[in-house]
Design a protein around this ligand. Structure first.
Ligand code: RB5
Length: 145
């Protein structure tokens, strides 16, 4: 899996741990920042990851900020993106099975690192259940409003 990854300044250390974990799983990680020394605006980093998915250079994305809320809001502004803010392995697995989330968002200030890694594994190891396909079509139809 080609995974585009980014965080804001609230989660740089966690992002590096996530990158190492994903690489260890055998995934191809494109770490799109931010740099450790800078304070940044999360929409800029959501834009980097979603652009990689839209361009086809990444299959999925992972976005981390303090709560995950800002990143998920920003990513879901982009057509074709289904970003899920998850809190545990169950919500992460269901984000794939029911929603086919192509971006996983987590909050580095509200989850422990082991929980975040469990979320990643649950999401990446799950499969979309096609019985939900009509709902996804309706979801994307909302982008035209
Ligand atoms: C940055 O201070 C913080 O607002 C951001 O990481 C995130 O939690 C926003 O949703």
């Amino acid at each position: 899996m080609r995974i585009a990854l980014a965080s804001d300044h609230a989660a740089v250390e966690l992002r590096l741990a996530v990158a190492a974990h994903l690489t260890g799983r055998g995934d191809q990680v494109d770490d799109l920042g931010c740099a450790a020394h800078e304070r940044v605006d999360y929409p800029d980093y959501a834009a980097r990851v979603t652009s990689a998915i839209s361009a086809g250079s990444a299959d999925v994305g992972v976005l981390i900020c303090g709560t995950g809320i800002g990143m998920s809001m920003a990513a879901n502004k982009v057509a074709g993106i289904r970003a899920a803010l998850v809190h545990d392995a169950t919500t992460a697995r269901l984000a794939r099975e029911h929603n086919d989330a192509n971006v996983l968002c987590v909050g580095g200030r509200v989850l422990g690192p082991l929980t975040v890694l469990e979320c990643l594994d649950a999401w990446l190891d799950a499969s979309f259940e096609p019985r939900h396909a009509d709902r996804l079509a309706k979801l994307h139809a909302l982008e035209a409003r």
